[in-house]
Design a protein around this ligand. Structure first.
Ligand code: FES
Ligand code: FE
Length: 425
């Protein structure tokens, strides 16, 4: 049996921070993560906009558990464990759809879109103790949402979501407030798997250090369009930010434009005015400084343990689940302001596909890099990964402070210490 206390070396006085590579290779560690992280924390499920109309539903696996969410005829979004209260069959058998009533295909028990059991064939066959009202679909122990983002927890005693989010809340606000009339998830998603441990994608997503070497091809391509990318040399020199409870954000200067609200030649002259107007609106509403933070800075926000929001040209919402120590399942959606004009939405979706998509400019490089780490672990003999960059100074986005924040919280959970200080001392 592994003692998780031996998986991390964290000695700030000596500038040592190392993660034992068995954290990324061991099935026993993955089982501990399931029990001590995924069964204990808040986990992202969906965005409220994914089921706009009464009866709309979608199913989704969260930490290996089948769930579905549905908007009831009363307008309320509810989340249910996707299992029939009769003898267990999956109730929701399509990834998405619309239903007033969901009928179990096994023995035809029927549930309305508020989860009540409304039909039992031959109900008279049950003894008088049978209580139909108590046999409705069951929700997970906790469901809460923050500004449209719906989270579940399988831990009835988990702290409130807002407390859990800690400093990540301010960054969720910064993203959601970019929209005048609220954000929505654009229908459709990217789905792919990566042959690597899930923590490697956490690391990669918060890591400004890899961008120049790993994504070289992308910068060459953008340069070939006549667009100056020399800013990338200094883009990652902003301070590193740790947000508490394992959450962290890696912010860097926007190298290219953003539909909100920074024009670049990539958007075309025809959209210049529109983007300037959006920016002026942000300044009016939030002041120059905050508007600049929204519009000129890009960010990768990790909501611990595994929700990643990449707020750059597009806003990619990405979740990833471990299936094995060396395999994860990734789903990504695009978040956009409800009021966004079709031309700007098209640019956003183009970036979502051609940059962040599984066949885009960025993701295949990142997948190659982390699959390569996973393959390298097979060499064994090198026990530790090194993550001390920036420990001796005010860490910047190119350092590894955000990664240490994740790993410190991970260590707190696995070792049973609970919430720990995740910043460098
Ligand atoms: Fe659903 Fe029997 S298992 S009706
Ligand atoms: Fe990358």
């Amino acid at each position: 049996m592994f003692d998780p206390k031996n998986l991390i070396l964290d000695n700030p006085n000596e500038g040592v921070f190392r993660v034992h590579r068995s954290a990324m290779t061991s099935l026993e560690v993955l089982r501990m993560e399931q029990e001590r992280i995924f069964n204990k924390c808040w986990l992202y499920l969906c965005h409220e906009s994914e089921v706009e109309n009464p009866g709309d539903y979608r199913r989704r696996n969260v930490a290996g558990r089948p769930l579905f969410f549905i908007r009831g005829s009363d307008g309320k979004l509810r989340v249910f464990l996707n299992t029939c209260t009769h003898r267990g069959a999956l109730i929701c058998r399509h990834d998405q759809g619309h239903a007033d009533v969901l009928q179990c295909f096994y023995h035809a028990w029927s549930f309305n879109n508020q989860g009540d059991l409304v039909g039992v064939p031959d109900e008279a066959g049950y003894p008088s103790s049978f209580n139909r009202a108590a046999m409705g679909l069951k929700p997970p122990p906790r469901v809460e949402s923050y500004r449209g983002f719906v989270f579940v927890s399988f831990n009835p005693d988990v702290e409130g979501l807002v407390t859990y989010l800690a400093g990540a809340r301010e960054y969720l606000d910064l993203i959601v407030d970019q929209a005048e009339r609220g954000m929505r998830i654009i229908p459709g998603s990217n789905r792919y798997s990566i042959k690597a441990n899930w923590e490697l994608l956490v690391e990669n997503s918060l890591d400004g250090y890899h961008v120049r070497p790993t994504h070289k091809t992308y910068f060459e391509y953008v340069n070939s369009l006549g667009i100056n990318t020399s800013g990338v040399q200094t883009a990652f020199s902003r301070p590193a930010l740790v947000l508490g409870n394992g959450h962290a954000v890696e912010e860097h200067d926007g190298i290219r434009g953003r539909p909100i609200a920074r024009w670049s030649p990539l958007f075309g002259e025809e959209n210049k005015e529109e983007i300037a107007a959006i920016r002026a609106g942000l300044v009016r509403k939030f002041g120059e400084q905050k508007a600049r933070h929204m519009a000129d800075i890009s960010r990768n926000l990790l909501v611990y343990p595994n929700l990643l929001i990449i707020d750059s040209i597009d806003i990619t919402v990405r979740i990833f689940w471990p299936l094995a120590p060396d395999l994860m399942d990734v789903t990504a959606w695009q978040l956009a302001p409800r009021e966004e004009k079709p031309e700007l939405l098209a640019r956003r979706l183009d970036n979502f596909l051609t940059f962040h998509g599984p066949g885009g400019f960025a993701t295949p490089d990142d997948v190659e890099a982390i699959e390569s780490c996973q393959a390298g672990y097979k060499a064994e003999g090198v026990e530790w990964s090194e993550l001390s960059r920036g420990m001796h100074r005010e860490a910047i986005a190119e350092d590894e402070l955000q990664l240490r924040a994740f790993w410190r919280q991970w260590f707190g959970h696995l070792s049973g210490l609970g919430t720990v200080e995740t910043n460098d001392p």
